[in-house]
Ligand binder design. Structure first.
Ligand code: GCU
Length: 590
């Protein structure tokens, strides 16, 4: 033990205090500490960071974050200023075999310098850290963020020094019953700093938020500036808007008469937007459109719509949960080949570039937070975590015209606690953004063979995950469900499908490609007759990695993809769905 350590007082405590992490699970880094990042020139912290896995949280116990890069005379268990490095962004599971199934804390350490002038502010922005992240700068704890797929921001302020500043991020991907998601999921539990890490240097005034959307014959702009200024300047040159906006306590909300060309998948028109305040300046590219429901119809710009979709995970055989522009554009190219106008980004917030590219190419998106299966619905801390992830997702993407649906969960049990929890999330989504539809992926009521979920009355679109032909065998039941159900709002079949193992599956029967294609034929034959079904997003575009599937035809992968994990090999079911979408689109164009 480190009795000789300059933290000797801690040496014994670190062995006997099992509440060692309580001071670092504060979650005060959250939606309210975000800054608007569009158009900012930041300093990327991508590159090699010192790294070690820390299964027993020895780092928090021994307070590795308090170490300094001086030569050490004590026998420390790890030296954050020396040893292995990993590239950031990345998922540690993809970097070396011994970390493939590692779940716990891992320490990322690097230095940076700055030339912050008096009166300027420095913010650390992390695109995503799976699952929680504790931030230390020069030995000082700055805060903790929960949520593995949403961005967060923390001001570095008083902890900064001249010369080398040492940043230490303790990222923990441990699964827990009270987390969002909890410990049981059907996707791989990646870990790490797997999206961009950036430093932003701003004036004393920092623009924290800008939300633009169509509101009748006007554009509503919500502006939030943090700092000593009483006005902002908003420019949308394509609409002839260039105006000074008075701020009250740093905020403004105003409707600006405008008739923009409407965004749609066929006309993905985007307008350049700039906002400046107190010397700070941000920009964005925004499309304006209307999405609404009337009865069981979904309407885009007043025109009824059928969502020709596909579900996608963030998963790559080489990259893990990390994605790239190339990977994203390949995904949209495959969706285009399938004849899609819609993608369900399951089951968590995807990389922000996905919605930006969808804006540009003309796709509609369902975005979702990972309130998945048996979440701890009775736990206030779990609810706080889920609500914060939803706020962070909405504030990150609510300028993206492609996003039309916020989904608050997936396949949850229909209990009173879940109803209260998810009704609260649906209400929160509307409060953060009244312009989009709310949804959840619900389950069929198999007792009554109907589409019946108490949450349906609290959301705009009823997502239904049904696997007739796979988990349920009798397609006649799907026909009965169709006939028995009279939903009063749109239904989207948010999941259906079957595994098909293209490498070593059988010639026929379960897990064969032929069987998978046949399930698609039977599903389409039944679903196309249900006039309240306004879209489908079958499960799933690509085979994806998951620990729980170790059968001989799965081998660590869920093989319901229409394309194999190589993201090249198309299965026969791909063409079955593509043919249906081509026919659907042709009938709409008539
Ligand atoms: C469920 C779940 C998915 C899962 C899929 C499957 O519906 O929502 O996350 O991967 O079924 O079993 O393949």
């Amino acid at each position: 033990m480190l009795e000789r350590s300059d933290l000797a007082a801690n040496a014994l405590t670190s062995l006997h205090d099992e509440a060692y992490d309580a001071p670092y699970n504060t979650q005060e880094i959250n939606a309210d500490t975000m800054i608007f990042t569009g158009g900012r020139d930041g300093v990327s912290l991508a590159g090699d960071w010192n790294f070690c896995v820390d299964l027993l949280d020895t780092g928090l116990r021994q307070k590795w974050f308090a170490m300094t890069p001086a030569p050490h005379s004590e026998p420390w268990d790890y030296d954050p200023f020396d040893g292995d490095t990993v590239p950031v962004p990345s998922n540690w599971q993809m970097l070396c075999d011994k970390w493939y199934f590692f779940e716990g804390s891992a320490w990322y350490t690097r230095s940076f310098t700055h030339d912050l002038k008096p009166g300027r502010r420095l913010f650390l922005h992390v695109g995503a850290a799976q699952y929680d992240c504790k931030v230390f700068l020069n030995g000082q704890f700055l805060g903790n963020h929960y949520g593995g797929s949403t961005p967060f921001c923390v001001e570095l302020g008083g902890a900064l020094t001249a010369g080398d500043n040492w940043l230490m991020l303790c990222v923990n991907n441990r699964r827990d019953a009270d987390r969002v998601p909890m410990q049981n999921t059907d996707w791989f539990n990646y870990g790490g700093l797997y999206r961009a890490v950036t430093l932003y240097n701003t004036p004393a005034c920092v623009i924290r938020d800008l939300f633009l959307r169509l509101e009748g014959d006007a554009i509503r702009a919500d502006i939030h500036v943090d700092g000593p200024t009483d006005s902002a300047r908003l420019g949308i040159p394509g609409l002839g808007i260039d105006m000074t906006v008075p701020l009250t306590d740093g905020r403004a909300s105003l409707a600006i008469p405008a008739t923009p060309e409407l965004w749609s998948p066929d006309t993905p028109v985007l307008y350049d937007v700039t906002l400046s305040a107190g010397g700070d300046q941000v920009s964005d590219r925004v499309g304006f459109r209307r999405i609404e429901r009337r009865g069981t119809d979904i309407l885009l710009n007043g025109k009824r719509l059928f969502l020709r979709g596909i579900s996608v995970h963030e998963d790559d055989a080489d990259l893990g949960k990390m994605t790239s522009d190339t990977d994203l554009r390949r995904r949209f190219a495959h969706a285009r080949d399938l004849g899609c106008n819609f993608l369900r980004l399951a089951h968590y917030p995807h990389d922000p570039r996905a919605a930006r590219i969808a804006d540009e190419l003309g796709f509609l998106l369902w975005e979702e937070i990972p309130v998945y299966w048996a979440i701890d619905f009775d736990n206030p801390a779990t609810r706080r975590d889920a609500e914060n992830q939803l706020r962070e997702l909405i504030r990150r993407d609510r300028n993206r015209a492609s996003v039309i649906i916020w989904s608050v969960g997936n396949e949850n049990p229909d209990t009173d606690a879940r109803l209260a929890f998810m009704t609260g999330l649906a209400d929160l989504a509307r409060a953060e953004d009244p312009t989009r539809l709310t949804a959840a992926a619900c389950l069929i009521n198999h007792e009554t063979l109907t589409i019946q979920d108490r949450l349906a009355a609290r959301i705009d679109v009823i997502g239904i995950n049904e696997y007739y032909g796979w988990y349920e065998s009798d397609f006649d039941d799907l026909i009965r469900i169709g006939a028995n159900s009279q939903p009063d709002r749109p239904v989207v079949i948010s999941e259906t499908g079957a595994d098909g193992d293209h490498e070593q599956g059988p010639a026929d029967g379960l897990f064969s490609l032929a069987y998978q294609a046949d399930v698609y034929r039977r599903q389409i034959e039944i679903l196309r007759k249900l006039d309240y079904v306004k879209g489908i997003s079958p499960w799933i575009l690509y085979d994806f990695r998951v620990e729980r599937r170790q059968g001989i035809y799965q081998r660590g992968y869920n093989r319901k993809g229409l394309i194999a994990a190589d993201k090249q090999t198309r299965k026969p079911a791909f063409e079955v769905l593509a043919a249906f979408y081509a026919e659907k689109q042709a009938s709409e164009d008539r």
